[in-house]
Write a protein of this length. Sequence first.
Length: 461
Amino acid sequence: MADFLTLILAAGKGTRMKSDVNKVLHETAGKSMVQRVLDQVQEVDSAAETVCIVGYQKKQVKQHLGDKDIKFVTQKEQLGTGHAVGQAAGFIARHQGPVLVLCADTPLLRADTIEKLTACQQQEDTGAAVLTAKLDDPSGYGRIVRNKKGHIKCIVEDQDASKEQKKIKEVNAGVYCFSGPLLFEALNKIDSNNEQQEYYLTDTVSYINNQSGKVIPVEVHDSAEIIGVNDRRDLARANKLLYQRTAQKHMVSGVTIIDPDNTYIEPEVKIGRDCVIHPFTFLQGDTEIGPHTAVGPYSRVFASSIGKNVQIKASCNIKESIVHNECTIGPFANLRPGTELKAGVKVGDFVELKKSQIGRGTKVPHLSYVGDAEVGEGTNIGAGTIFANYDGQKKHKTRVGDDVFIGSNTTLVAPITVGDRGQTGAGAVVTHDVDPETTVIGVPARVYSKNSKKKNKQDQD
Ligand code: UD1
Ligand code: CA
């Protein structure tokens, strides 16, 4: 199959979003819409060069997609989708082969649908193949008008459609595969004599139909795939559908999701079998979760690697961290970026960890702050322990060895080291290193006054 040139339209302002941000930068299930479309294109083998048409907030869009292997073309004025494609005429002329055009506001589109569309255009050797779907409520979309042979005669925009045409349920997805030379020709023929006074890309279809005699519709099975996000209601719907689709995929592969309608798993997340995901849990970014692990309810895991047989209890927040097998975390634990829990660690309630490694089998069971620390194996960090890592100007490291016993409410003032099997008494404020096998105690409570029993008795009388 010939390689195709891809054009992604992302120059429009997205007025209906009522936003200060370009529509295509809005996120669905944790990723911008334009990025989702690009990801799907890049999954298709026969994708050659990709060109993104930018205009409104072009700096932000370019920056956002910056390091990806794509080119950019500017559409200075947003005069319509046909005009936008026209800005890439040079690329179309040079490429000669098939041209795939997509709108950056269709985040649910799948790579295999793109593959099917481009293959269809090639096999049938048509002027164009257009992705379509039948919708119960087609309003807002361009309607597909077919001829007697079942091919596409033209596409009529919602605003320009007659009463009869508005009844057509088959709509234009905004995804096309054109014969390059015919598209190039057609772009010179369109005008802006329509309701929106824009150069419609859809108008190239009737020209190509006349020239080649054949523009074929390729209908998607799952009509949700073609949702075009124009306003915030569409955005919410696209989000919901993406989360539903992802939950279905995991359930089919052996993950228990207690309430899929109230669980938010982003498409990039990987989950092992026999995991249990409780309601109101968010699994986000490049998160990977090993088998037989339970998460939630009300927990969030972002860009983290979680091992097998891990228990992440209610209301935990885990970000950019590594959790090895057999750990238990929470409820109400906060693992901030750079945290690593080795196998069998227990982190209990109201514990915050940041940029810290905690050794095998160590316990931090209650109410502690552990920042910039290296803690060894088999150590116990008592309730209320604070790793005082900040002197007001700089952060400092704390090292705690193996089999250490840190008493409740200890403050370890960094930089500091507590050697293997060292101990601290409850309430100790430790400002110097503690040697291995050594116990230090803080300021013990002193007798302040003696309460006379006699006096008390008299008082009572
Ligand atoms: C478009 C189609 C419609 C189809 C629908 C599918 C046209 C004329 N209409 O309508 O038939 O059913 O998509 O979702 O093509 N853009 C530019 N430059 C512009 C205008 C738009 O780059 O001058 C970009 C936008 O950023 C957006 C995409 O093109 O990503 C589609 O534009 P939009 O205004 O959303 O088109 P629709 O009205 O939805
Ligand atoms: Ca749209």
